[in-house]
Ligand binder design. Structure first.
Ligand code: CTP
Ligand code: CA
Length: 224
């Protein structure tokens, strides 16, 4: 009856959102990175805050402005290992995890402790890389029943087959699939398809990342 007392959709909920790309160090001055801008994750964090959630925004390399909002705690995480640690620290108290970050799949087997120098007679360089921990799969496979974990699937080809496979293998409640073949990085809009572990698949129209964030969070909130 009193609209002022109306509860917001994510009131009293804690959500962890990851954004941006990780940086895997090669030596003190170089890293392996990717083209993620962080816009999707930041849009989700901002939308969650406006729906009343307490937000932990764990961000890697972002090329856009970070939000300033009393409901959003900003937590910097450079490498995939930093990101995993930050998530593990906060996940027990969280209701929702949304992995919008572009986490590197490979890191240096051994990070050089000094700047790698090129030699005059050296036409090639081989770096030995090892797989990073799959954060989404690790967390989703150990989550509580009432916690919701959402992943993203960035694909350049066979979008739906690959996204379906990720939904299965990662143990996530939902996967947001997007086609990254057409240079979508840094855009304010996106076109995504939501795959739910209950079997429903919904292709959404092209819309702003803010609108995608709101739409996604309303669905997540309805499952809590
Ligand atoms: N992800 C993760 N930890 C990693 C790699 C990816 O948590 N080490 C998460 C991403 O944040 C995303 C989802 O897994 O939510 C899918 O990432 P994507 O790169 O599309 O898939 P991968 O499983 O890494 O497989 P591939 O890159 O070979 O397609
Ligand atoms: Ca990957």
């Amino acid at each position: 009856e009193d609209f002022l007392k109306q509860k917001k959709l994510l009131q009293d909920k804690t959500i962890i959102v990851t954004a941006g790309g990780t940086e895997e160090p090669i030596d003190p001055v170089r890293f392996i990175g990717n083209r993620s801008s962080g816009k999707m994750g930041i849009a989700i964090a901002t939308a969650a805050a406006s729906l009343g959630a307490q937000v932990k925004l764990i961000y890697g390399n972002v090329t856009t402005t970070l939000p300033r909002n009393s409901k959003i705690d900003l937590i910097s995480a450079r490498s995939s290992e930093d990101m995993l640690q930050a998530i593990e620290k906060h996940f027990k108290q969280a209701n929702i995890l949304i992995m919008a970050a572009a986490v590197a799949d490979w890191r240096m087997q051994k990070v050089a402790d000094h700047k790698l120098k090129k030699q005059v007679q050296q036409p090639t360089l081989n770096l030995t890389l090892v797989k990073t921990t799959d954060i989404l799969a690790t967390i989703a496979h150990h989550k509580q029943e009432n916690q919701i974990v959402v992943g993203f699937a960035a694909e350049t080809n066979d979008l739906m087959q690959n996204a379906e496979k990720k939904l299965q293998s990662k143990g996530a409640d939902m996967i947001v699939a997007n086609d990254v073949s057409q240079n979508v990085f840094g855009n304010d809009q996106d076109q995504v398809t939501l795959l739910d572990k209950d079997g429903t698949i919904n292709r959404w129209a092209r819309m702003s990342k803010i609108e995608i964030a709101k739409k996604l969070l309303k669905i997540v909130a309805s499952k809590l």
